[in-house]
Design a protein around this ligand. Structure first.
Ligand code: FEO
Length: 162
């Protein structure tokens, strides 16, 4: 069964969202590097790599369905944050936004009875659950510390092992 034009367009939009996400995290990595928080910079750099992989996975899927891929412009990300908590809160909120986008893709695939796309999207539904969990647990730790520098240093060391 041929993939619909609407679905191809929605997946191309999501490819842009994944590259935008990658840039957001690369900018957060640069922010942390500048702040001397190398562990958080490393964590965000890994996240950047994962987001590029998410985009590439959608690209590979469109190729598999014989559809046209449009390589998008990437939005300029925010450069600076007040502290680590604000950055990780933004990352968590961003992941919730991406989850809502993935759910809309699932809704479209269901409405079109596009079972292949539904099956492909299952991976992203599971991945989003993990991404929200990862970012929200770091937010919880930083909130608990309430800006304590020693504690933030320990979390930074912990995130270096990602
Ligand atoms: Fe590709 Fe973090 O969602």
């Amino acid at each position: 069964m041929k993939i619909s034009d609407a679905m191809v367009s929605a997946i191309n939009d999501q490819i842009k969202a994944e590259f935008d996400s990658a840039y957001i995290y690369l900018a957060m990595s640069a922010y942390f590097k500048d702040a001397g928080l190398d562990g958080m910079a490393h964590w965000m750099k890994k996240q950047y790599t994962e987001e590029v992989e998410h985009a590439e996975k959608f690209i590979a899927y469109l190729y598999e369905r014989g559809a046209r891929v449009i390589i998008p412009d990437v939005a300029k990300p925010k450069e600076s944050y007040t502290d680590a908590l604000e950055a990780f809160k933004a990352a968590y909120a961003h992941e919730q936004y991406v989850t809502s986008r993935i759910y809309k893709l699932v809704d479209l695939a269901i409405s079109e009875k596009d079972y292949a796309t539904q099956s492909m999207l299952k991976w992203y539904v599971d991945e989003q659950m993990e991404e929200e969990d990862n970012t929200s647990s770091i937010v919880a730790k930083l909130e608990y510390l309430g800006g304590d520098k020693h504690g933030t240093y320990i979390v930074d060391r912990e995130l270096a092992s990602r």
